[in-house]
Ligand binder design. Structure first.
Ligand code: PXP
Length: 248
């Protein structure tokens, strides 16, 4: 695969959201993950939340067993999640902030104020070979702190840019996009691998996909929603096409 290849991580959390609405086994997130692989996903992302509102512990067991592409395991910086990650040793662990009352991951992680704690938290994960990524806002202070604690990857939160686009606030969206662009360059200059995600759609993906420093996008909610209308495979194929087009 060329150096310019932008990886697509498909987040399958919301297949589990639909399953859990009825409490049974259908639709199965593992089946979605295998289909996503066949459709060209370079990785699968799943967030095991503290309240298990979508992905379950069994889903993570299953994903570790059936996937042929890397699993990006999203988790909060808690002892319980650390134990689970150390047991499974997924390819990547993405540390995200988590609040029970939020509908989704609303902001980036506060790394700068929690540096020592987070440095100790991620060290054992790195020791077992997980690539540790930190989900943060496009903020230089947070990027510098992520670098200091020994993270290899940062994932930039694209939610503010996507929300501004959805609400038609184009000036705000441009400002957010500028910050994402500048902070991708800055993080890359420190030697960090740069990923991005949250809220991306067909309408918002291309400007972010065009940043040469960004190596991976993680996209979930929109793709699972779009799958209702066109099916999961075509929904992913179209995202792949847009990303490749933006990459030139
Ligand atoms: N990246 C991270 C770190 C996330 O927490 C999420 C949401 O779980 C995503 C990407 C995907 O966001 P969305 O589902 O809005 O595409």
């Amino acid at each position: 695969m060329s150096d310019n290849h932008l990886r697509l991580g498909v987040n399958i959390d919301h297949v589990a959201t639909v399953r859990n609405a009825r409490g049974g086994a259908y639709p199965d997130p593992l089946r979605a993950a295998k289909l996503a692989e066949e459709a060209g996903a370079d990785g699968i992302t799943a967030h095991l939340r503290e309240d298990r509102r979508h992905i379950s512990d069994d889903d993570i067991d299953g994903l570790m067993e059936v996937l042929s592409v890397p699993l990006n395991f999203e988790m909060a910086a808690t002892e319980e999640m650390q134990k689970i990650a150390l047991r499974h040793k997924p390819h990547a662990v993405c540390i995200v902030p988590e609040k029970r009352e939020e509908r989704t991951t609303e902001g980036g992680l506060e790394v700068a104020r929690e540096e020592n704690k987070l440095a100790h938290f991620i060290a054992p994960l790195r020791d077992v070979g997980c690539r540790v990524s930190i989900f943060i806002a496009a903020d230089q202070r947070q990027i510098e702190a992520a670098h200091r604690i020994g993270a290899e990857v940062i994932e930039l939160h694209t939610g503010a840019y996507c929300d501004a686009m959805a609400e038609g606030h184009t000036e705000v969206a441009e400002r957010e996009l500028d910050a994402l662009r500048q902070m991708s360059t800055f993080a890359h200059s420190l030697g960090l691998e740069v990923h991005a995600g949250h809220g991306l759609t067909y309408d918002t993906v291309q400007p972010v996909a065009a940043f040469p420093e960004v190596r991976e996008l993680n996209i979930g909610h929109f793709l699972i929603g779009e799958a209702i209308f066109r099916g999961l495979t075509p929904a992913i194929a179209e995202m792949r096409r847009l990303m490749d087009e933006a990459r030139g």
